[in-house]
Design a protein around this ligand. Structure first.
Ligand SMILES: [Zn+2]
Ligand SMILES: [Zn+2]
Length: 609
């Protein structure tokens, strides 16, 4: 035990400045934070002393030796308590009820924990008394290592759900899908919706959830995430479990992540992501990034579409020197996508011009996070978006523009759609609800949290994107969830080019779109379902009227309720996506029209000279 205590102190000194990435003001924190080290992921919610919320904290422990690896909080003094608490919880697992650290004696309600442990692999609420102050804290601990090792507590079978959970009746809610809404009961059995109708009668073995006065709607689908992605010399802090746990707590029950090829190899990249996703707690799919072009890549794209269920490929027009491809490769990629019935996607910024803009900022001595936004203005996003759209039009293949962040890019999409071109525009929640003011914050950490690409724009762009979403110019909302903690963001102190790009949103997206778009009257509840999910009704959840997720049901099980998260590692499922989606309807006809419009080749008499 001495070892553990000592590590706490050392970590406190080393990482006292560290705070969670998720502290960005406009982002609503619901319940938990996520981090991971080794096998351990530990979640800590907001903490209260008396009635004041005093901060957020978290701590990581190594699976092998219980050493505290790192921790973060908005208040250092809370950190010490959080650290002590988590150690106490850890000790409670081996039936130690009292724990003494730093001269504070903590009594832990071990009974509560044992109870929670007996039927779940994730749990926990602990009420503690510290001296005279009542200290309330919710703690969620993921017991993956114990499951991995086959160690079972009580009747727990590491995530095996009881039969009770497999039959659910959601009673009296307003059932909403992308087209209409009605008051009805929803009956789910073994993960499948069996009936949606009035007054369904069920037996005692069915769990009934009263949804009177609430909306019952499909779980969210986030079309754009990066979990466990290696990028800019580091790896995103959310992996396939912690990111998905966050998603489930926010009402999102499926996401689509981007496979990054390994040294240009699609199959090696795919294998690596299959491994990363082994711990998944919810359904997921894959897009794939294309980062170079040759015969092997072309052949492997075919394998991905036909054998692996990947039908969308992303091309980066930015990140010169790493992910960026130039126009001839983009054209090859578009042609290949078209021949496979796969959707081409673009990260649209002019990478050469961004490189120039970065040089300009460094020469001007602008090295902080504001330089990030200044080096890649909206015009460069507009240019690349317009270029990609025109080239996709030239090849006659559908195009999906990811993270539309500016008016400039949005207007290119509007123009193309008006002309009948098949272009999908995806705003992300950070672009819809935030502006760039935080990048000028005098505190580096605060500013660096908001660094992503394309950058969050000046005030005005977000409102315009909201309007475009409400009028159908933009179609669905992603997040580009790509989280780095403050220690990682600090890689860019003194040079904004080295700040790992990315913000969070996987947990917050549903709430923020609800608050920003539905509560403000810009879109209807059915529109909400359309832009955050689809008409799919296999996975459902329900909301209170204010849009706060009250219960999340995923795969037919309640996974988030009463501040309790029951995400189970390895319970998620890979969803294959077939090629030739509806966007390809009519492509053959326009190709034929094009060919007949050529009036060529002109038949000419053969002249001999
Ligand atoms: Zn991107
Ligand atoms: Zn992305």
């Amino acid at each position: 035990m001495n070892g553990s205590k000592w590590m706490i102190k050392e970590s406190l000194e080393k990482n006292a400045q560290c705070s969670f990435l998720w502290g960005g003001e406009p982002v609503r924190l619901t319940n938990h934070m996520v981090e991971k080290v080794g096998h351990y992921s530990i979640y800590v919610s907001s903490s209260k002393i008396n009635d004041g919320v005093v901060g957020l904290g978290g701590l990581l422990m190594d699976a092998g030796n219980n050493n505290v690896m790192s921790w973060c909080s908005s208040r250092d003094f809370i950190l010490s308590l959080v650290g002590a608490t988590l150690l106490a919880v850890r000790l409670a697992l081996v039936k130690v009820v009292h724990f003494k650290w730093a001269n504070i004696s903590i009594h832990l309600d071990a009974k509560e924990i044992v109870h929670k442990l007996s039927n779940k692999s994730i749990f926990g609420v602990a009420n503690m008394t510290i001296a005279e102050d009542i200290f309330l804290m919710n703690i969620l601990i993921v017991l993956e290592p114990f499951c991995d090792a086959g160690i079972v507590y009580g009747e727990s079978a590491c995530g095996a759900a009881s039969a009770y959970l497999s039959k659910i009746l959601i009673k009296g809610g307003t059932v909403v899908n992308a087209h209409h809404q009605e008051v009805a009961d929803v009956y789910i059995e073994d993960g499948i919706i069996v009936a949606v109708q009035n007054d369904i009668m069920v037996g005692d073995d069915v769990r009934i959830i009263d949804a009177t006065g609430k909306y019952v709607m499909p779980g969210g689908i986030d079309p754009h995430t990066h979990l466990a992605m290696e990028f800019m010399g580091t790896e995103t802090i959310d992996d396939f479990f912690s990111g998905q746990a966050a998603a489930l707590a926010g009402g999102t029950t499926m996401h689509i992540d981007f496979v990054i090829p390994a040294n240009g190899s699609l199959s090696a990249g795919y294998e690596a992501y299959v491994k990363k996703a082994e711990k998944s707690a919810m359904d997921y799919g894959f897009h794939m990034a294309i980062t170079k072009w040759d015969e092997t890549v072309s052949r492997e794209m075919e394998v991905m579409v036909k054998d692996k269920g990947i039908n969308s490929f992303k091309f980066f027009l930015a990140y010169k020197g790493s992910l960026m491809i130039n126009d001839d490769l983009l054209l090859e990629g578009f042609k290949k996508c078209k021949s496979l019935g796969a959707l081409a996607m673009v990260h649209a910024e002019n990478g050469d011009a961004v490189f120039e803009g970065q040089k300009r900022m460094i020469e001007l001595g602008i090295t902080g996070p504001e330089g990030h936004a200044l080096s890649r203005p909206p015009v460069l996003e507009g240019e690349a978006t317009g270029r990609a759209i025109r080239l996709a039009g030239f090849v006659n293949t559908p195009l999906y523009v990811v993270h539309v962040m500016s008016i400039d890019a949005m207007e290119e999409i509007a123009k193309a759609r008006k002309s009948g071109q098949k272009v999908i525009g995806e705003p992300v929640v950070s672009g819809l609800v935030l502006d760039d003011s935080a990048l000028w914050d005098p505190d580096f950490q605060t500013a660096a949290k908001f660094v992503m690409s394309p950058p969050i724009r000046a005030p005005g762009h977000g409102k315009a994107l909201q309007a475009a979403l409400s009028t159908g110019i933009l179609q669905l909302v992603g997040t580009d969830h790509c989280t780095f903690n403050s220690t990682q963001k600090a890689l860019g102190i003194g040079d904004f080019r080295k700040i790992p790009n990315g913000v969070n949103g996987l947990e917050e997206r549903m709430h923020l779109v609800w608050d920003t778009m539905v509560v403000s009257g810009q879109i209807s509840v059915t529109d909400f379902v359309r832009v955050t999910s689809t008409e799919w009704f296999r996975k459902i959840m329900y909301f209170v009227l204010q849009g706060k997720v009250e219960v999340t049901i995923s795969g037919g099980k309640v996974v988030w309720e009463n501040d309790e998260l029951k995400a189970v590692p390895s319970s998620g499922k890979y969803i294959e996506m077939p090629p030739y989606n509806y966007l390809f309807d009519g492509i053959g006809k326009t190709d034929a029209e094009y060919l007949s419009s050529l009036r060529a080749p002109v038949k000419r008499a053969v002249h001999t000279v």
